[in-house]
Design a protein around this ligand. Structure first.
Ligand code: SF4
Length: 237
C-alpha cells in the first residue's frame, strides 16, 4: 500500500477527529509504522510493530516525539493492517502524538485485536479512554507539573482503567515525584492496575528515582526506556 502524503496540520484536531471524514471514512494519518523492540511498559522487550499516529493537542516540555506533531500520510485501515502483517510480530503498539485525537483510532484498535494481535495503546491521559476496546492494554500517562500539561489530565479516565492497563508518570524532578506519590495514594492507582514511574531522559537520573521508590516502599515499577539504551533517540527505532 502506498500512503498519500498531505500537508494539513492535525494538531488542532479535537476529539472528533473528523477532518476530511466525508471523503476518507476509514483513513488515519500516520507519521510512521516500524518494527522495533518495545522499550516501555508491561510489554518491554517484545518485538513490536509501532503505529505512530500524527498530531497531538498537548505540548509536554520534555516531549521526545515532536516530529509527530506535523505532516504524516493518510493510510487506509486495510493498508495499515497489511503493513503490520508484513512485519510478522505478535505485539502491536498504537502510539503518537496522541492517537485518540483521531477518532478512527478506535476502529484501528478493534481491527488489530480482531486480527489476533496483542495490542497496546499509549495515550496522554488527556482524552477520553472509555470507548477503547477492552482487549487493548492501555498505557495512560498522568501528566506531572513538570510537563507543563498537568491541567490537561482527564481524571475521569481513572474509572475506565482495567487490571491489565498501566498508568505512567514521567517525572522530571523531586516536585514531580512528590506530586505523583500524592496522586497514587489519592486515587488508589496501584489497586487498579500497574503503575510505572519513569524519569525524564537526561533530566532525572534513574538511580535517584530508584532510591526514592525504595525509600518510600512504593507499589510501583521503575521504568527506563529500553529503546533509548539500544538505539538512542532515533525516530523509527
Ligand atoms: S502527550 Fe505525548 S506526544 Fe503529546 S506532547 Fe506530550 S509527550 Fe509529546
Amino acid at each position: 500500500m502506498i500512503p498519500v502524503a498531505i500537508d494539513d496540520d492535525v494538531n488542532t484536531l479535537t476529539d472528533s477527529g473528523d477532518d476530511n471524514a466525508a471523503t476518507a471514512p476509514d483513513r488515519l494519518r500516520l507519521t510512521e509504522i516500524f518494527h522495533s523492540i518495545q522499550g516501555e511498559a508491561d510489554a518491554v522487550g517484545w518485538p513490536t510493530v509501532f503505529i505512530r499516529l500524527t498530531g497531538c493537542p498537548l505540548r509536554c516540555t520534555w516531549c521526545d516525539t515532536t516530529y509527530s506533531f506535523h505532516g504524516g500520510q493518510w493510510w487506509t485501515l486495510p493498508g495499515i493492517l497489511d503493513e503490520v502483517a508484513r512485519h510478522g510480530a505478535r505485539h502491536v503498539c498504537v502510539t503518537g502524538g496522541e492517537p485518540l485525537a483521531q477518532k478512527r483510532c478506535l476502529a484501528l484498535l478493534a481491527a488489530l485485536c480482531d486480527a489476533g494481535y496483542e495490542v497496546s495503546l499509549e495515550t496522554s491521559g488527556a482524552l477520553d479512554i472509555s470507548a477503547v476496546d477492552v482487549r487493548v492494554r492501555k498505557v495512560m500517562d498522568l501528566k506531572a507539573p513538570g510537563s507543563g500539561e498537568e491541567a490537561r489530565n482527564l481524571w475521569t479516565n481513572i474509572e475506565h482503567l482495567l487490571a491489565h492497563d498501566q498508568v505512567k508518570f514521567v517525572l522530571r524532578d523531586r516536585a514531580d515525584y512528590d506530586w505523583a506519590v500524592a496522586k497514587l495514594r489519592e486515587h488508589d492507582l496501584a489497586g487498579r492496575c500497574q503503575v510505572l514511574f519513569s524519569p525524564v531522559h537526561d533530566q532525572l537520573p534513574p538511580p535517584v528515582l530508584a532510591q526514592w521508590l525504595l525509600d518510600d516502599r512504593l507499589p510501583v515499577r521503575l521504568q527506563v526506556q529500553l529503546h533509548k539504551l539500544l538505539w538512542g533517540n532515533q525516530p523509527g527505532r
